[in-house]
Design a protein around this ligand. Structure first.
Ligand code: DWN
Ligand code: ZN
Length: 399
């Protein structure tokens, strides 16, 4: 489906600023190099009215999430402390009943104490198998309808968490109506999304792929939630996915007065409503594409071996848009069992377990750049032996 009107305000015209060509689905890893993949246009626009940055091409959910959805949060083990700290922060609200929307493999949910009644919901069935067996789960997308089902089965929740999911939702109003159903007056809703300001300043154009339909600031989140009865009372920035915001919402309960963080963050976001802010990304993205391809090609001269590190969903856009494929990278290592033995979408580079590399390469293109420091620490032997990383963003450099 090609959108000409905004997915948030429904009335604003969309002004396209970036065309990333035709790309396959980012979390569908072909089993063979010859498998035919469907390609979908990937165009990014800003609403002239409410300023939401969004994809114009909407691939239906049943196409995106059916079959082998390959993203397992827990595959990035270095990120585990992030989830346990997150759980500690949430427990400070002293909830008795908690729901996590898009809980995936339970990377966050499995951290909560057993006295807390926790429930998870996720449309991808594979990851759900890894949620602790005592936690009830529902294999479905969160909508106003599934929210009703959850509420009749479990009642209302004191805390509802939704990490990295709002960007995936096509009917956001329906999603927020669902939040109203599963919450009571004093509930807290915690939403974490990748932050548009970091995306733009970090040239993180690889966050644009079909699963991610909207890209948020506190201003656009406020427009969405306020209209449906929720108030943002606190915002904090987190390092997840190269820069995210964790937003805390209430239904206006006086238990949660608005903190200074909200006005301060919004005040610093005026530039995000300007057309120039998004449009100016285009030149930088094209420059990255040319420089990165050049850098990888110059590194990949016999007998040097160059491989990729982390078959991220993001890398689908990065590799396809930059034209980096099997001629440039010999393989990509990834710790996700379900990606190993398969091939990267579109570019068809073999994905290997880090234990199965035929040799350690001379250089890795760091596709999981959002875990830079953890990976540098993890690969300190590699770098001590002269191995190098190419960091693609915010601008390509060799480390
Ligand atoms: O919204 C989404 C975000 C939150 O997560 C999803 N649509 C899909 C996914 O995006 P991603 O694949 O770009 O996320 P990550 O967390 O950057 O993926 C990291 C990948 O790299 C995983 O496949 C695991 C792998 N990895 C690895 O092989 N070695 C990761 C680390 C840290 C490592 O050391
Ligand atoms: Zn709009």
């Amino acid at each position: 489906m090609y959108r000409t009107k905004c997915g948030l305000c429904q009335t604003g015209d969309l002004n396209q600023f970036l065309d990333l060509g035709q790309t396959p689905l980012a979390d569908r890893f072909p089993a063979t190099q010859f498998e035919r993949e469907e390609l979908f246009p990937l165009r990014v626009a800003m609403c002239e009215r409410c300023k939401l940055v969004q994809l114009q091409d909407i691939v239906p959910d049943d196409v995106l999430y059916s079959g082998d959805y390959a993203f397992y949060t827990g595959a990035s083990k270095t990120h585990n402390p992030y989830w346990s700290l997150y759980a500690q922060e949430i427990e400070e609200f002293a909830p008795k009943k908690l729901l996590e929307i898009a809980c995936n493999d339970g990377s966050l949910l499995n951290n909560f104490s057993r006295d807390l009644y926790t429930v998870g919901i996720d449309p991808a069935s594979g990851p759900l198998q890894y949620v602790n067996s005592y936690i009830p789960t529902k294999n479905a997308a969160f909508t106003a309808k599934t929210a009703q089902e959850l509420a009749s089965e479990h009642g209302q929740f004191d805390v509802v968490i939704a990490n990295n999911v709002l960007a995936h939702v096509s009917d956001m109003e329906d999603f927020v109506r669902g939040l109203s159903v599963v919450t009571h007056r004093d509930s807290v809703v915690v939403i974490e999304v990748q932050y548009l300001a970091d995306l733009i300043t970090g040239n993180q154009f690889d966050h644009f792929y079909h699963e991610h339909r909207s890209f948020f600031s506190v201003r656009t989140l406020s427009r969405l939630f306020t209209a449906l009865g929720f108030t943002i009372f606190h915002v904090k920035r987190t390092p997840a996915q190269g820069g995210s915001i964790r937003v805390f919402l209430s239904k206006g309960s006086n238990k949660y007065p608005e903190m200074d963080t909200v006005a301060a963050t919004k005040a610093g976001e005026a530039w995000l409503d300007e057309w120039f802010s998004v449009e100016s990304m285009v030149g930088r993205v094209d420059h990255i594409r040319d420089t990165l391809l050049d850098m990888v090609e110059s590194a990949n001269v016999y007998p040097n071996v160059v491989a990729g590190y982390g078959a991220t969903a993001k890398s689908c856009t990065l590799l396809n848009y930059c034209g980096i494929g099997q001629n440039e990278l010999c393989w990509v290592v990834d710790t996700t069992k379900w990606k190993q033995g398969r091939f990267t979408p579109g570019t068809k580079i073999p994905v290997l377990s880090p234990q199965n590399e035929p040799t350690k390469p001379d250089m890795y293109l760091l596709l999981a750049w959002n875990y830079l420091s953890a990976i540098l620490w993890q690969e300190s032997m590699f770098t001590a032996n002269g191995g190098k990383f190419i960091l693609p963003l915010p601008k390509p450099v060799i480390l």
